[in-house]
Design a protein around this ligand. Sequence first.
Ligand code: GAP
Length: 581
Amino acid sequence: MPDIDPANKSMEEIVALCKRRGFVYPASEIYGGINGFWDYGPLGTALKNNIRDHWWKQTVECPPIGPDGEPVSIVGLDSSIIQNPKVWEASGHVGGFNDPMTMYKECKKLLRADHVWYVFYGNPDEIGKYGEDLTGQGVDVRSFFSDVFALEQLPPDERQRIINEDANLKQALGNTESLPFLIKKAVLAGSKEEAFEAAEFSSKQRKAIEKHGAKPLTTYPLMVPDRAWDDGGSLCPNCESRDSLTEPRQFNLMFESYAGAIQSAENKVYLRPETAQGIFLNYKNVVDTMRVKMPFGIAQVGKSFRNEVTPRNFIFRSREFEQMEMEWFCAPDDSPKWYDFWKHERMRWWESLGVSKSNLRFRDHDEDELAHYSKMCVDIEYKYPFTAPGYGELEGVAHRGCYDLTQHQTHSKQKMEYFDQERQVKGQKAGLSKDEINAQSKYIPNVIEPASGLTRGVLVLLTEAYTPDESRASKVYMKFKPKFAPIKAGVFPLVNKDGMPEVAQKLYMGLREKFACQLDAKQSIGKRYARMDEAGTPYCFTIDGETLTGGTVTVRDRDSQSQERINIDKVEAFLDEKMGE
Ligand code: GAP
């Protein structure tokens, strides 16, 4: 079965399978659920742990070979979720971890102001006029606009190719020249500056865009920037009325709580919105106790919490989620080399999980979308069913410079400077002056941070694995790479008599020590295969009459559904080999 483009997979069906098969359940479901929170069922927990363990193994226990041919050195950490609240003042999260929010005044639907696509007209009535024109051509206006916005996310060549291949789109875009409508130009221009030029925006319009950090995104409505937050002029996607937006306001994403019996300002604490700060707080402890030397990394996996205004798309954006983060500390002048190294290393890692290359891409951040701590950032993006044909973030690799350590040094008054003995010796050998040696060997390290979402990784593997197949009883199977499958093997007696259950039980008892496997003797063999297909179990071993006479079992391959016979003594070695692939 060839790989299916995620664009052709249905999120509703994936969510339904997750519930049906115990991957992911809505949290507090018996009380009507709670928006933005999810529970991982038995199979989801196993899948998540498999990804986490693989990341830990490949990051901390057996890290990659660095650009100089030497293995890199990374240690692990497990820091507290709640820290002294001053941490979040120093890190900039109290002041700067905000989303600009805007709201439709009538229907009260909230939007992230920086996620609004602004389409610019001299006159808002042109929207209607253009809409009528399109309707007259038989074009569905709403889906046309979302197609156009989705196009914007693609590289220029691909964008042009799609426009050329789609007669309707080409005609619709081609007919806009006579109108002051500039989607076409903005879309084809590709950059905000070019779009500004093409649209001949007034300085007032430009100011509105700059002020609210507007950038294009796929599915948002049409806006008239200089009127959007005054007196109407935008089309609400929710109630479809022409409505008006409130002035964007900053909304802090950190969950607050209180440590201690009294709910006072002094006792206010925050649930961490990223695991990274726990690493910066312990950077000095690690340097002082672990005999690490520059460059080195500290890695951590754990829960993070963000009071997302619009949690959505299943587990993609939730309010409680897990991250796998590594902070790589290095000398400032080495940082470009390490940024490049980690960027490619992390892409290679996701591919090693069986994620198809064609569904992953890099996206460099524009300067105006960088986080408050970041000098450069590249996202590794995946083509989710709800972003396709566009892509959405899976992991960010950020160059954080010396921002965090400097901030903590300033706020805590603890020195974060590193003394690099190797550089000192090198400088002495090269005959440098004392000042020159000092300048090179004393520094606050720069940080390169590959920060990925573990729970987002679960969503990617679930989406990749989901494979509809009408030819089989289950109509769908989960094509996990065997190493990541929650259940590695099923062991079945063909019938519950003639000594078969006993042989199956013995095989199962031998395998369970090493592999997550299930013994299943209930219902027909076809139904048992179907259950395992939906769970994504790669191999099923069946004990039948020939096992009793010849000592062989059948192995059924999940993907091809083909069966072969192997000696029962070779089952463990067979699985060993397959799990290593
Ligand atoms: N320490 C840097 C940091 O936290 P980020 O880009 O905000 O950077 C890193 O988060 C990763 O965490 C993202 O690439 C994403 O995979 C995951 N993530 C962030 N917010 C999330 C949310 N609300 N729900 C699920 N995953 C999230």
